[in-house]
Design a binder for this molecule. Sequence first.
Ligand code: E4P
Length: 217
Amino acid sequence: MKFFVDTADVDAIRELNDLGMVDGVTTNPSIILKSGRDILEVTKEICSIVSGPVSAEVVAMKADAMIAEGRKLAEIAENITVKVPLTWDGLKACKVLSGEGKMVNVTLCFSANQALIAAKAGATFISPFIGRMDDINLDGMDLIADIRQIYDNYGYDTQILAASIRTVNHVTQAALVGADVMTAPPSVIKSLASHPLTDKGLEQFEKDWAKTGQKIL
Ligand code: E4P
């Protein structure tokens, strides 16, 4: 499973990237707001750190303007993925931009039919939003499983990017149902290493080692 990090915090991206945990980055207008930085400048810095796909989102609502924004964002670096919303205009922009050879991430997906139509429009990635479905008591994992089945039935190579991942359990579930990629905040990615039994076991080993009076170095 590929790991994308869902942030514009360059220090956090650098730390995870040094550990080989970053296959790509996703951003959105809310993440850019949180960073307090200029979208072009911060996205360029992220692209200088990470070699994999870096999603930068258009903000226009009409297809022509989305295409123009997408072309400008794609000039930042070769690994830019233009992120467009799952609207009819977004699909038009997806078709044009993917036809130009640009990677396109179709975002804000909440149904299997939306995922199907995004694949037909040439999306490189489809982003079903798991956490936001949980927020309204819907099962995002069922959605990912349905998309997996549909893409496999027809051989679409659009990659399923499990987004709005908020918990470590979301990561496990998304991996089990066959998402190609997951994107999560740095805190969730770091939490994947944690287990209370690891902490408890280590505590006991430390105590017993101290009793031996030995040293390795
Ligand atoms: C993905 O591309 C989005 O940026 C992100 O996962 C949204 O997550 P949220 O629902 O926690 O804001």
